[in-house]
Design a protein around this ligand. Structure first.
Ligand SMILES: Cc1ncc(COP(=O)(O)O)c(C=O)c1O
Length: 471
């Protein structure tokens, strides 16, 4: 009878998949036997599989370069890693093996850039795209690294006032030094999707104001060379009328601006390539890359403007699929006829905050007991918060897991959790109900294809939390 967990997955999806397979009822992630990792380190456990970061960067580069060839596009493709998706040193060290540019979001990010330089991981000609609403300290830090020789730092204006503060800071610090101009960009404030509570993004400058602002304020300022128009749709890059419409509006602003600003040569389309969050995922990345370039080229040709160089800032796509979060099931609780709770040994709110904050779904699979019968369950976290639960996949409004067995606990994994969860969850800080941050293990592969594991951080101690709390 086909009533085992493996049968359920086999009948529902095309399985095994690139990164998932099973052997003797246990799950392998990129050929790593996760039960071995759990036996060595225990749960709850965060895992980063480093090679996936490089392979995603190479994949993005390959897709856009193929799209350039196919569409006969006359600009270049430039990959930026946006540090906000995961600031960890081991992530940046891996990403920087792939000849990439970087994107920053706040003042401390510039300190991070300086640290990377001090460690010899980047040199001063690296392109650093600086996004975000800029408080004075951020501007000061940007101007600081520019004066220190980072000639390819590109502050992207989020609002008009920023330019006044930035130009004063550049003017003051450059007096008498004869610096070459600082590169500059503007972020376009996109119109939001109709389902949003507001019409226009708070991030960036309105479409209609951009050309006049450039002409009035930036054009005659010889301390700047205007190079980049930036555009980011926060719901991501998707094959929807809304996305193509916003992209077309943005490219038209690019063409308007190019007429009055010959230095402009780059269009930054931000982040938004989605990570795989379901075994049923069928997102066509190659098609999207090709279609984006074809649309840009088409509009530019019609408007008689040279195609821009393309920059992207893929965060979730780059680092999301490198991460996994593993738990064990501590106990089950039958709370009524239909609701059977499996209690995990940590909290969703603290370790996977997107599941709670934006209802994000990840790929959730058992690590063992694939050869056992399954049942519908609700997963509950350890905090007292009634919202600390997980009960649906992105493809189905229910989740299923193997029945608990007497001989061995059930272990489960949430996969592709490598982006944003630590920074949003406040890694290393105080946590809801004082549930500690889990251990974090880094997995790599050596030249023979053998995997290695390294403990990056132990489980958070009560002492560290009490210290933050003033005890
Ligand atoms: C300016 C900018 N670039 C890139 C990103 C990364 O987006 P994603 O992780 O969806 O690729 C973000 C995310 O907020 C962003 O605001």
């Amino acid at each position: 009878m086909k009533n085992k967990y493996y049968d359920l997955i086999d009948q529902t999806f095309d399985f095994p998949q690139d990164e998932f397979r099973t052997e003797d009822g246990e799950l392998y992630f990129h050929d790593i036997p996760l039960m071995e990792v759990i036996k060595q380190y225990g749960t709850p456990l965060k895992v980063t599989y480093l090679p996936k970061i490089s392979s995603q960067i190479q994949r993005a580069k390959r897709m856009f370069n193929v799209a350039i060839a196919k569409t006969d596009y006359r600009g270049t493709y430039n990959y930026c890693y946006c540090t906000k998706s995961s600031h960890f040193a081991f992530v940046l060290e891996e990403a920087l093996k792939n000849d990439i540019n970087l994107e920053t979001s706040s003042a401390f990010d510039i300190n991070l850039i300086q640290e990377l330089h001090a460690q010899g991981l980047i040199d001063k000609d690296k392109v650093i795209v600086c996004n975000g609403f800029k408080k004075e300290q951020y501007i000061e830090n940007i101007v600081g690294i520019f004066n220190d020789g980072f000639r390819n730092v590109i502050p992207i204006l989020d609002n008009k006032n920023e330019f006044t503060v930035l130009s004063e800071a550049v003017q003051e610090s450059a007096e008498g030094t004869g610096n070459e101009p600082m590169l500059l960009g503007i972020r376009i404030a996109a119109e939001e999707e109709p389902k949003f509570d507001f019409y226009t993004s708070r991030l960036g400058i309105r479409y209609h104001d951009i050309v006049s602002f450039y002409e009035k304020e930036i054009k005659q300022n010889s301390r700047f060379r205007f190079k980049m128009l930036h555009f980011f749709i926060n719901t991501g890059i998707r094959d929807t009328a809304y996305y193509w419409n916003e992209l077309a509006k943005c490219v038209n602003v690019y063409c308007d601006l190019k007429r009055v600003c010959p230095d402009l040569d780059s269009l930054n389309i931000g982040g938004g390539f989605p990570p795989k969050v379901s075994l049923a995922s069928n997102y066509d990345y190659e098609y999207m890359a090709e279609e984006i370039l074809a649309q840009i080229k088409n509009i530019c040709t019609q408007r008689g403007v040279e195609e821009p160089n393309i920059f992207t800032e893929f965060g979730s796509f780059t680092v999301g699929e490198s991460g996994a979060t593993l738990y064990s099931i501590l106990d089950q609780k039958q709370q009524n006829d239909r609701e059977l709770w499996y209690m995990i040994d940590s909290s969703f709110i603290t370790t996977l905050p997107d599941t709670w904050g934006i209802n994000q779904r990840f790929i959730m699979l058992p690590i063992n007991h694939w050869d056992c019968e399954y049942q519908r369950v609700f997963l509950g976290g350890l905090t007292c918060d009634s919202e600390d639960y997980y009960n649906a996949d992105s493809h189905a409004n229910a989740i299923f897991l193997p029945k608990l067995q007497k001989d061995e606990p059930l272990y489960i994994g949430f996969f592709h959790t490598g982006a944003y969860q630590e920074s949003i969850g406040g890694y290393g800080g105080i946590q809801h109900c004082l549930i500690p941050a889990p251990k974090h293990v880094i997995i790599d592969k050596d030249e023979n294809g053998e995997y290695t594991t390294k403990l990056f951080a132990k489980e958070q101690s009560y002492k560290s939390m009490l210290k933050i709390l003033g005890y």
